[in-house]
Design a protein around this ligand. Sequence first.
Ligand code: TRP
Length: 332
Amino acid sequence: MTKRVFSGAQPSGDMHLGNYLGAFRNWVRLQDDYECIYCVVDMHAITVWQDPAILVQQTREAAAAYIASGVDPKKSILFNQSRVPGHAELAWIFNCVARLGWLNRMTQFKDKAGKNRERVSTGLYVYPNLMAADILLYKATHVPVGEDQKQHLELTRDIAQKFNTDFGVELFPITEPIIMGEGARIMSLRDGTKKMSKSDPSDMSRLNLNDDTDTLAQKIRKAKTDGDLLPAKASLLEGRPEAQNLVGIYAALMDQSRDTVCAEFEGKGFGDFKKALTEVVVTKLAPITEEMKRLQADTAYIDSILKDGAARAQAIAAPILMDVKKAVGYLV
Ligand code: TRP
């Protein structure tokens, strides 16, 4: 069986270091061992309000970020979700397979809806069913996931299983997670217990892929830390979330273990460490930033990549969706 990876990110604003280290960089590494499909999930984005003119731009920006990070649009399939109608068609079928009780357990919905439960879109509620459709429309065997999407992948597996059982078919695979390494979880520069996120109101909390050198340097200088020195081993950073995060960023960008980083900087203060970190961040991000700028100026190129990717995705999806429709009993 083909080993096929599917993953996606939402086109909802500034791409940052957390996206790069937590997702894009890992996607790049999977390209040699799997057939990879990488999607800009614009349909997921509209589960909360998006200004249409901005959504179009951000869809291109996300695609540019994937490519600038090293996703090769020849090797992998890169497209925006709404272009392949099968996502919506399969999501509807999954709305009828998934149980209300399953969705009621989704912690991300509870977090996102908060006290606003009665006024969020119904799309936000069935968001995990659409994610299952993304994955299973291509019979993806593997999905790289961070901590926050694990529960959604579990749901995908439950939906695949129930579909196969209900309709007496062996149609969908039970998709395996690819758990990402140490670098996967990048936290806010202002609060080491919160994930680095584009929805954080403070721009100082994140390092954006389109920040210039001075901005990056300033954000790192102002990043929250404690007064203690760097210890000899990473395990001794326990209970110091901000220190842990900065060491983690350095380690991830240098492809070193946190222990190696600690050993190198043992006994130094965060003043010194931040200088070294700034240099690493600037050196590693500069080429990506440059390439993103170049790509974003070339709208025609990005658009042609996404259009071509959609056609290739459609070619994989069409026969699978046909089998699904027949299994369900649609007259086709
Ligand atoms: N929900 C994911 C996120 O917010 C994005 C996503 C949509 C996705 N469909 C997917 C990720 C399928 C992996 C596989 O990060």
